[in-house]
Design a protein around this ligand. Structure first.
Ligand code: BG6
Ligand code: MG
Length: 214
């Protein structure tokens, strides 16, 4: 297949911020006495901040929480998470990811981001990728988070391309489902690759070169 564009998820694909998400939620959950582990954390991949909180609260059996309190808890997590994002620098962009992106771009492919995160622009800036991508669709321009395809459809729209000529790259099962629901082919890394959720299930990011460039 000759793809014209690749739309990348951000957390867990371009960078390892998924671990920072985990640590910040873990601190919030520990503070509330809520059991939370990496298995539950895998269900948060690709899912919006407030939906992630609801998944964590499935294990909460205390007095009912008001919407205001829930927003407070999500804000507490985001503040911790943002603190850790300040440590991010261009050195956190792996050579494998950067070289692969550069090779795909040099071959004439358009490159975009499709992420549920409202922190996308900040993260891209920290990594030195602030103006690298041809389009950035993120948590700030969507009303439905993955597995809804909205974020990827908006990215393809920004590029002026149909889903059929774009490849989505994801580490989340919910993200792979979102790609498929939007009519995209999906390449998976990490957790979603292990689950076999993609049309291509990669063991290394650099395998994208062979898939996209033939
Ligand atoms: C996704 C992550 O990229 O962004 C999710 O995989 C996260 O785990 C979601 O909940 C929203 O992120 P943020 O930065 O807006 O809280
Ligand atoms: Mg992800």
């Amino acid at each position: 297949m000759n793809y014209q564009a690749i739309i990348f998820d951000l957390d867990g694909v371009i960078c390892s911020t998924d671990e920072y998400h985990y640590q910040a939620w873990k601190k919030m959950a520990d503070g509330m006495g809520i059991p939370f582990d990496r298995t539950i954390n895998n269900r948060l991949r690709g899912v919006s901040r407030m939906e992630s909180l609801e998944i964590i609260l499935e294990q909460y059996h205390g007095p009912a929480l008001s919407e205001e309190r829930k927003v407070e808890l999500a804000t507490q997590k985001n503040d911790l998470y943002r603190e850790s994002l300040h440590q991010l620098s261009p050195a956190d962009l792996s050579a494998e990811v950067k070289d692969t992106l550069d090779a795909l771009r040099a071959a004439g492919l358009k490159l975009a981001i499709g992420s549920s995160s409202k922190n996308t622009q900040f993260i891209l800036g920290q990594l030195g990728l602030g103006s690298y991508f041809d389009a950035v669709s993120d948590g700030n321009n969507i009303t439905h988070s993955k597995p809804d395809p909205e974020v990827f459809l908006k990215a393809a729209g920004m590029l002026g391309l149909e889903p059929a000529v774009c490849l989505v790259v994801e580490d989340a099962v919910s993200g792979a489902q979102a790609g498929h629901a939007g009519g995209f082919a999906v390449a998976c890394v990490g957790d979603a690759s292990q689950a076999g959720a993609g049309d291509y299930n990669l063991s290394a990011f650099s395998e994208l070169r062979a898939i996209a460039l033939g």
